[in-house]
Design a protein around this ligand. Sequence first.
Ligand SMILES: Nc1ncnc2c1ncn2[C@@H]1O[C@H](COP(=O)(O)OP(=O)(O)OP(=O)(O)O)[C@@H](O)[C@H]1O
Length: 278
Amino acid sequence: MTVPLLEVRDLSVTFRTEGVVTQAVRNVSFVLGRERLGIVGESGSGKSTTGRAVLGLVPAHGSVSASRLALNGEDLRHLTQHQWSRYRGRRMALVMQDPKFSLNPIMTVEKQITEAWRLHRRTTAAEARKHAAAMLEAVSIDDPERVLRLYPHQLSGGMGQRVMIAAMLIAEPELLIADEAISALDVTVGNEVLAILDRLVAERGMGLIFISHNLTAVAGLCDRVVVMYGGRVVEECAARDLAHARHPYTRALLAAAPSLDEPRASLASVVRDPAWLT
Ligand SMILES: Nc1ncnc2c1ncn2[C@@H]1O[C@H](COP(=O)(O)OP(=O)(O)OP(=O)(O)O)[C@@H](O)[C@H]1O
């Protein structure tokens, strides 16, 4: 039997802040191969917390439990912070929403891309620079030698996001988690970034978890989709079947998805059924 790239079983995350308990993720289970899995759901449904728990990035006031959390069969549940940082540096990576906040403003593009990579490998600065330039080419940046010398404020949003992707992929991770990775970009630039992710995931045989509000992007990019509501998975289907999803919440999400040619229902007007949470 082949071991899946990622196994998540009965994942729960609870936050305790000033006496208030929030159950952000409740018994979430899914399996990921070297494929693209979309996680969709409205704001607060637990998508990001699920992604962060897989990466060992839940803050200390959150408690995480799972009956299985494994990367290529390796149990991740009892890793120390040091072990987590090694997994994140080499085997798993996160691309977040806004490169403005993810890139270090006082580091050149070259430094951003090579720094984490050099921590894990013995390599010269010249070799690292060559590799970084090749990564910039892989994310369709023209004139990489020039761009390596720039600082984040000199990059457009789309270029910043490509630099982030280059920085995350230089270590050749097996799993990439993209959390609202195109939400801060305009439609055209967002589509370009999607096309780059699509190509890189296929070329490198990675697994991708693509967390997004954008059902159109998810349906276009992903193989399978998990729909979350109130911290739970309420539906899982092939991305091509998303338009025919059965669950009333997924249907409501689809009805509320923005469209250029017709007005859409507001998600706030959806009647919510407590039974979805049981
Ligand atoms: N660090 C945190 N401390 C306390 N509560 C948190 C924290 N992070 C998330 N939560 C809570 O957990 C729940 C799920 O949030 P989460 O960010 O995972 O949802 P989401 O579906 O990713 O939403 P969005 O699309 O707005 O990012 C929410 O109720 C949120 O307020």
